[in-house]
Write a protein that binds this ligand. Structure first.
Ligand SMILES: Nc1nc2c(ncn2[C@@H]2O[C@H](COP(=O)(O)OP(=O)(O)OP(=O)(O)O)[C@@H](O)[C@H]2O)c(=O)[nH]1
Length: 333
């Protein structure tokens, strides 16, 4: 059985996996249309797998924002695999491409890297960082909703005291998700808000505290100072916290997201990425570039604006979302 059939089996196994794959399929429609279209076109024009075919494939991948370094590695892997399997016909190459996309995502790591780090029966603290407008507040709301649905008691801390309206916006999401929001007035010290958040979460015996922060990227020194102060406060209260530092990036900003990730990684230890607005771009390959070039796993992806449009990232579901049309060409989309 080819890799694409295996993927299809995996995501049509039961209601739960089907629901996941439907979310990915819907959210990645733009990427899929562009990507599948280009790959199919390539396969129609080149019947034989040769150097020219690989060169054009390279361009298709780069235009999907996969990232130059990642594409180079991917093409090398593909060439080796094609040789090993003695593949001559370009039609057979689809399977190899989809398989290698998953493999290049995981690298040497096991396939559990997307799981969020959570304490059992103890308070877990998640620090959320990222520049303004990337979908930080929205993602915190979605995440709170998701964790609450899993039966967790969630508290939010409105640590973005800098941007006008940020506190109120978080409160709106807190209400939607049905979780409490700890806040101070605008302009106050974010570290003090987070401190109160921890106190409140502890006294309410909460399972998770999600902390919003201000995303001032204009001045890296300020950003570093603020984030390290917030982290110090958290560590003082709970020695092994924060358990996750999630950086929110906007997929529609393409390679700019990569440079933001580099800056934040220098300012703090980012443990995972929340990649928003994947539904709004045709260049979903940015997921692979982030993972491969920064060596930080993508833990969640935003696939729409609604409260349940945040999905735990799953590289198999992602590749399935990219290739779904090619798996079943007769399927009515
Ligand atoms: N289509 C789509 N839109 C999203 C997604 N995530 C967030 N958005 C939208 O992006 C816009 C910005 O989101 P916010 O949450 O306000 O951005 P923010 O990062 O919190 O902004 P700051 O509070 O300034 O940091 C909103 O209109 C959201 O609805 C997503 O996954 N898909």
């Amino acid at each position: 059985m080819g890799f694409m059939d295996k993927l299809k089996n995996k995501f049509t196994q039961n209601k739960e996996t089907e629901e996941v794959s439907e979310k990915y399929k819907a959210g990645m429609k733009k990427s899929r249309n562009t990507f599948s279209g280009k790959i199919n076109d390539l396969i129609a024009r080149y019947r034989k797998v040769d150097e020219d075919f690989f060169e054009e494939l390279e361009e298709v991948l780069i235009s999907a924002d996969v990232g130059v370094m990642t594409v180079m590695d991917l093409i090398d892997e593909l060439k080796m695999e094609v040789k090993r399997q003695n593949i001559k016909d370009t039609k057979e190459v689809k399977n190899v491409i989809s398989e290698k996309l998953v493999e290049i995502y995981y690298g040497d790591d096991d396939e559990e890297i997307e799981a969020i780090n959570m304490k059992e029966n103890e308070l877990s603290v998640i620090l959320v960082v990222g520049v303004n407008g990337v979908g930080k507040t929205t993602s915190i709301g979605k995440l709170a909703h998701q964790l609450k649905k899993q039966g967790k008691n969630v508290v939010l801390a409105a640590g973005d005291t800098f941007r006008a309206g940020a506190i109120e916006q978080l409160e709106v999401w807190g209400e939607r998700a049905g979780v409490d929001v700890i806040k101070h007035s605008a302009g106050s010290d974010p570290a003090a808000v987070i401190f109160d958040g921890i106190k409140a979460a502890k006294s309410r015996e909460a399972d998770v505290l999600i902390c919003d922060t201000a995303g001032r990227l204009q001045n890296k020194v300020n950003l570093m100072n603020e984030l390290s102060k917030v982290k110090r406060v958290i560590e003082r209260e709970i020695p092994d916290a924060p358990h996750e530092v999630l950086l929110v990036l906007d997929a529609t900003t393409g390679q700019n997201a990569l440079s933001q990730a580099k800056t934040f990684s220098e300012a703090t230890d980012v443990t995972g990425i929340v990649l928003t607005k994947l539904d709004g771009t045709a260049k979903g390959g940015i997921v692979l570039a982030i993972r491969h070039e920064l060596n930080v796993p993508v833990k969640y992806v935003g696939l729409g604006e609604k409260i349940d449009d945040l999905q735990q990232f799953d590289a198999h579901a992602f590749v399935y979302g990219l290739f779904a049309d090619m798996l079943d060409e007769t399927e009515d989309e």
